[in-house]
Design a protein around this ligand. Structure first.
Ligand SMILES: NC(=O)c1ccc[n+]([C@@H]2O[C@H](COP(=O)([O-])OP(=O)(O)OC[C@H]3O[C@@H](n4cnc5c(N)ncnc54)[C@H](O)[C@@H]3O)[C@@H](O)[C@H]2O)c1
Length: 413
């Protein structure tokens, strides 16, 4: 075991589910030889206390981020607040001399992207973005196949992501449902998917045309209330969610909601929900690749479908995450070469969050000397480009599908 002073002294800002699980309990349990949690910050100190108990930590709690940074001078600050607040925390952390691990999406607007990139440059510190999907063994295998040109030169991609009625609805129960907080799901959720595409293709998106609509949640509902708890429509609502039956969510969210009113079970049919739930986009890349993308949030299945077409064949993946029939025991990649038949590759389902991606990401960030032959570790540039792609999609959808050039939104070197 390393002496405490040789460990990476990190501070956690934001103690919701992601902060508490991935970067609190999980990191302290599996990576305690490499990290030491020196401070916990959340505006809601009851949530921070509950989180600290769940992490089995004795680190001090702060509501004031600046006081924590000043007192502990952490090596690394992990940012797990809502998306629209990332920039504020990142800039302060860099200014206090810390490196930063930001949860995805890096941020939610062009101005905030510039702010973060400028602060990183002037501080001489480094920002990592937690693109855990890059680290899933399925994604790594696809990247390897593309690097060895298994299907020749890539020409086009079809990428379709399905969120089911549990996972998809969850985004409409909280702050994610407002563009001002999350950027909308073209930013909040698709940042993962645009980043995967950018990384797979080793190219930048140049232009985006998109369409979006609200078809299931928000105003599309025929009745509504403020939240599920105490709702008079509970008996007939297909999205009724009983938070009181979940001890973990009650402890981390419901009890602390008495402080800030932030509930985890807000009505998915709230009329002020301003983000779409049905999204499609066409993306053109700097290397000529054209990609079609879709994100649907109320499906009977969870997972994704990815097909990559090349000059010498096609790679097909249908990733089953949760579905109403028996799932295959592993993920199957079909490499179909022109005139040569098919090669089947099976990728086992690894334990740990995001199909093993979360564990591998924590290794990459905190286990010194972890090799990175595929370039899975993502910095601020990758974070910024994927957000920009989402912002271009939002803008295009607003303008009836008009193609938006990313260069017209921002120049990122
Ligand atoms: N990489 C992934 O796969 C993945 C998965 C889930 C969530 N996330 C990301 O993690 C982040 C957190 O998600 P979550 O579901 O835990 O959110 P959450 O809303 O449950 O938790 C956020 C916490 O931050 C606190 N907070 C807000 N502003 C703050 C500030 N300025 N200073 C201190 N605390 C502040 C809130 O009180 C809350 O406790 C989001 O950016 C989300 O996109 C990433």
């Amino acid at each position: 075991m390393k002496h405490a002073s040789l460990k990476n002294r990190y501070a956690l800002v934001g103690t919701g589910h992601r902060g508490t699980g991935m970067w609190g309990r999980g990191l302290l349990k599996g990576w305690s030889d490499y990290v030491d949690l020196v401070g916990i910050c959340d505006l809601n100190t009851l949530r921070a206390e509950r989180s600290r108990e769940m992490m089995n930590s004795s680190a001090p709690i702060y509501a004031d981020r600046d006081e924590m940074l000043e007192r502990h001078r952490p090596d690394t600050v992990i940012v797990c607040t809502r998306d629209s607040d990332h920039d504020e925390v990142i800039v302060k952390a860099l200014g206090a001399g810390a490196n930063v691990v930001s949860e995805k999406p890096l941020t939610t607007t062009v101005d905030k992207i510039h702010r973060i990139l400028h602060a990183e440059k002037t501080s001489g510190r480094h920002v990592d973005v937690s693109f855990n999907y890059r680290f899933a063994p399925l994604s790594a295998k696809i990247k390897e196949l593309l690097l060895e040109q298994a299907i020749g030169k890539v020409t086009s991609v079809d990428f379709h992501w399905f969120l089911d009625t549990t996972h998809g609805a969850a985004y409409f129960r909280r702050w994610h449902a407002y563009e001002g907080s999350s950027g909308g799901l073209f930013v909040h959720k698709a940042t993962h998917h645009f980043d995967l595409l950018n990384w797979f293709l080793d190219a930048d998106p140049i232009s985006v045309s998109a369409m979006s609509s609200q078809r299931k949640y928000g105003k599309a509902g025929s009745f509504r209330s403020a939240r599920c708890k105490g709702c008079s429509h509970a008996g007939k609502c297909e999205f009724f969610f009983d938070i009181t039956g979940n001890d973990y969510l009650s402890a981390l969210y419901e009890d602390p909601s008495s402080i800030d009113g932030y509930v985890r079970d807000a009505c998915v049919y709230r009329e002020d929900i301003d983000i779409p739930d049905t999204m499609s986009a066409l993306v053109r890349y700097s290397n000529g690749v054209q990609a079609t993308y879709s994100l649907n949030t109320y499906m009977p299945i969870e997972g994704h479908h990815l097909a990559i077409n090349g000059t010498h064949g096609r790679i097909e993946i249908r990733q089953f995450h949760r579905q109403p029939w028996t799932e295959p025991p592993a993920d199957e990649i079909l490499v179909i070469r022109n005139f040569k038949g098919v090669e089947r590759i099976w990728i086992p389902h690894y334990s740990g969050g995001h199909f093993g991606g979360d564990d591998r990401l924590r290794d990459a960030l905190f286990k010194p000397g972890t090799p990175d032959p595929l370039g899975q570790r993502a910095g601020s540039r990758a974070g910024a480009i994927s957000v920009l792609c989402g912002l271009a999609a939002v803008e295009s959808a607003r303008r009836d599908g008009k193609a938006i050039l990313l260069a017209d939104l921002a120049t990122i070197s």
